[in-house]
Design a binder for this molecule. Structure first.
Ligand SMILES: Cc1cc2nc3c(=O)[nH]c(=O)nc-3n(C[C@H](O)[C@H](O)[C@H](O)COP(=O)(O)OP(=O)(O)OC[C@H]3O[C@@H](n4cnc5c(N)ncnc54)[C@H](O)[C@@H]3O)c2cc1C
Length: 318
């Protein structure tokens, strides 16, 4: 008979903590979560977009198709297990910034480098349409996880810090999924992000001007959230002084990109995503604390794509 394994303590229930808890729950492993609330969670304001072709050089990341398929299957499983919609298929309509960009992408497309996401018929004089993108509704996911584990008595609305007596006395592994509150790994750096919430005139969807499956993108993305709502974002800043100018640039882009619609700004949502110099997440035991304390963090702008694989790997190690 195998010995009963000690329970895992998950600190933080944003995207990382939620997916880890879900993997442990479906593996039948005992766990508890502590999180005071989502007021500061990046996952409360993150767009959750998964986009096959990104960056100024229009690059399809190696291994993207496999990672995307695994992440999507995980969120689809959650949709059926928890009975709520989470995943939406999208196309990205990305506007050329200049002629050189249009020529670069045309050449890549002709060589088939961006296939199957970008095909010659997806190119127009003003923009390219990228297929295969999708979005997971991060705020809905973490709110549903919270309700579930509160009702099961597995989530405590509290904060804990490394070195707290409760952590030191915990009988099993402790995994820190605290996003911007992590202070022990100096290479993890917060980058501020802004999202504008917009109310869109729903008549535009009826007329067909506003397509709810198309993200408009010119460096700033405008993500439809149904017929009458959208999020616009992308201005990431390291210093507070950059925040207001970036917000104004964001607004200018929204005015340009939504010139064909009637809309108004209803809220500004701010959050911090965690990045590393090599852009790779930090998902490992803390040095000297192997088997006792680990970190699941640094998801950067690719949380929706990467967190499902990393959560599965963590569950296998615990
Ligand atoms: C504006 C914006 C847009 C984004 N767009 C995208 C996108 O399009 N696609 C994409 O994939 N990613 C995007 N991201 C990034 C993505 O949202 C993040 O990578 C992801 O949400 C991070 O999840 P997390 O669980 O690591 O952190 P968080 O979501 O920040 O969760 C951390 C949790 O830990 C809790 N906590 C903190 N300290 C303690 C403590 N001491 N004790 C207990 N609990 C604690 C907090 O309450 C919080 O709930 C975006 C981020 C932002 C800000």
């Amino acid at each position: 008979m195998s010995a009963v394994r000690p329970p895992v303590l998950i600190v933080g229930q944003g995207l990382a903590g939620t997916l880890l808890a879900w993997e442990l729950e479906r593996a039948g492993r005992a766990f508890e979560i502590v999180d005071p609330g989502h007021a500061a969670a990046a996952s409360r304001v993150g767009a959750g977009l998964v986009n096959p072709v990104t960056g100024e050089r229009w690059v399809a990341a190696p291994g993207w198709a496999e990672k995307s398929a695994f992440a999507r299957a995980t969120f689809r499983d959650l949709e059926s297990a928890w009975g709520l919609p989470l995943v939406t298929d999208l196309r990205i309509r990305r506007r050329w910034r200049n002629l050189a960009e249009a020529e670069l992408v045309r050449a890549k497309t002709e060589r088939g480098e961006l296939s199957p996401w970008l095909r010659p018929e997806g190119l127009s004089p003003d923009f390219a349409e990228i297929d295969g993108a999708w979005r997971v509704d991060l705020p809905a996911l973490i709110a549903a996880g919270r309700r579930r584990w509160l009702s099961q008595g597995r989530l405590s609305e509290a904060s804990v810090a490394p070195g707290d007596a409760a952590v030191a006395a915990w009988p099993g592994p402790v995994i820190w999924c605290v996003g911007a509150a992590e202070t022990r790994l100096p290479e993890l750096r917060p980058v501020g992000g802004e999202t504008l919430e917009l109310a869109v005139d729903p008549a535009a969807a009826t007329r067909g001007t506003w397509r709810t499956d198309v993200v408009r993108h010119d460096g700033v993305w405008i993500l439809p959230l149904g017929a009458d709502r959208a999020w616009a974002g992308a201005s990431f800043v390291r210093e507070e002084a950059e925040r207001e100018p970036r917000r104004e640039a964001l607004r200018a882009s929204v005015r340009r990109q939504l010139a064909d619609l009637s809309w108004r700004e209803v809220a500004v949502l701010s959050g911090q995503r965690m990045t590393t110099p090599d852009r790779a997440p930090r998902s490992a035991w803390l040095p000297g604390r192997e088997g006792r304390e680990g970190v699941f963090n640094g998801l950067g702008s690719k949380g929706a794509l990467l967190a499902p694989t990393l959560a599965r790997e963590w569950a296998g190690r615990l």
